[in-house]
Design a protein around this ligand. Sequence first.
Ligand SMILES: Cc1cc2nc3c(=O)[nH]c(=O)nc-3n(C[C@H](O)[C@H](O)[C@H](O)COP(=O)(O)OP(=O)(O)OC[C@H]3O[C@@H](n4cnc5c(N)ncnc54)[C@H](O)[C@@H]3O)c2cc1C
Length: 378
Amino acid sequence: MSRVDVDVAIVGGGIIGLAHALAAARRGLSVAVFERGPRSTGASLRNFGTIWPIGQPPGEMLQLALRSRQLWIELLESAAIGYHSTGSLHVAYRSDEVEVAREFAERAPDLGYDCVWLDADAVAERSAAAVRRGLCGGLWSPGELTVDPREVLSGLPRYLVERHGVAMHFGCAVTSIELPIIRTGGSTFHADTAIVCSGDDFETLYPGAFQSTGVTRCKLQMMRTVPQPSGWRLGPVLASGLTFQHYASFRVCDSLETLRRRIAEETPELNRWGIHVLISQTAAGEITIGDSHEYGSEVDIFDKREVDDLITRSAQSFANIADWSIAQRWHGVYAKHPDKPFVSFSPTERVRVVTGLGGAGMTLSLGLAESTMRELAL
Ligand SMILES: Cc1cc2nc3c(=O)[nH]c(=O)nc-3n(C[C@H](O)[C@H](O)[C@H](O)COP(=O)(O)OP(=O)(O)OC[C@H]3O[C@@H](n4cnc5c(N)ncnc54)[C@H](O)[C@@H]3O)c2cc1C
């Protein structure tokens, strides 16, 4: 029998890998994380940094998101990583947007959401950034959090090392797993259990198994402004009617169909690129604006000016930002299953693959890691 270096090896230093490392370490297990990059630069670094329970469908997924949110708060406070309890505001300018927002607010308490309909004056009180002209009201939810993914991806590995003794191996691509042996290019490690959180890399480990899951990729274009003038704060993360047709939570609304039809007729170019617009603010004052959704295993490496322009135009229709000057543009790619909220399978004994959380990986990560531990009886 080979020597065991750690109880649990985690492949991938994105938020899903780090969440699983944390969950395993909290159970008193020895843990090593292997990240192929000199640092983690995948989807987890490229997102809005919103913990967004309101996007999850009622039932099991909403409960997982709420549990995850609780774990995020405990973690961020314990690791001294900054966050803002911003909440979220879906602003409504059209009658079909009002219908969806009001219907959702009405059904929310029974479904387990904490949100209310606000009239235009109440929205304006909550958000100085919401465009006042034509504003009918909005759906206010206090539960959403905003973190800066750059701070999380530097602070969390540090916390795992210092607080939990996790071994972080950066620049270390795992090329094969035959437990207890983990091969990383030139080196060999030993582990009892491996959890593979390789994001949208479906080719390096278990390519056949990945293929049979039906998981695919999604490319999203994003922008970030210069820091806003000091003292200017966005307040709640802003979303608009477009977002109602994006998140599964709002599918409970009968009124959604009318909104969908109108958007498809009026602005097919937005649907063509899967655009819905969120606006959040980092602690440093920059505004993060996105995004688009292009699905398919082959990712276009070139970003489209047209997509950025459509996102900007849509953002400017409902948000007043002090300074719209764009400082950074990028795209991110995440793994996504067409029907399932995530992909979790065991290609061999004591190996678990967890990925495919789509646009909810930050939101669900910590809760999902906890349930993986339970499933693996760790
Ligand atoms: C633009 C954008 C905005 C988003 N906004 C939000 C949001 O506001 N809220 C939210 O909840 N979610 C959001 N998401 C989704 C979220 O970011 C993802 O679901 C999540 O980051 C996925 O995490 P991950 O760890 O699976 O993948 P990644 O962050 O991509 O990490 C996977 C890591 O595995 C490493 N790796 C792969 N193979 C190997 C190997 N063989 N050996 C070693 N290392 C390996 C890679 O280098 C990579 O660092 C957004 C995503 C994008 C792209």
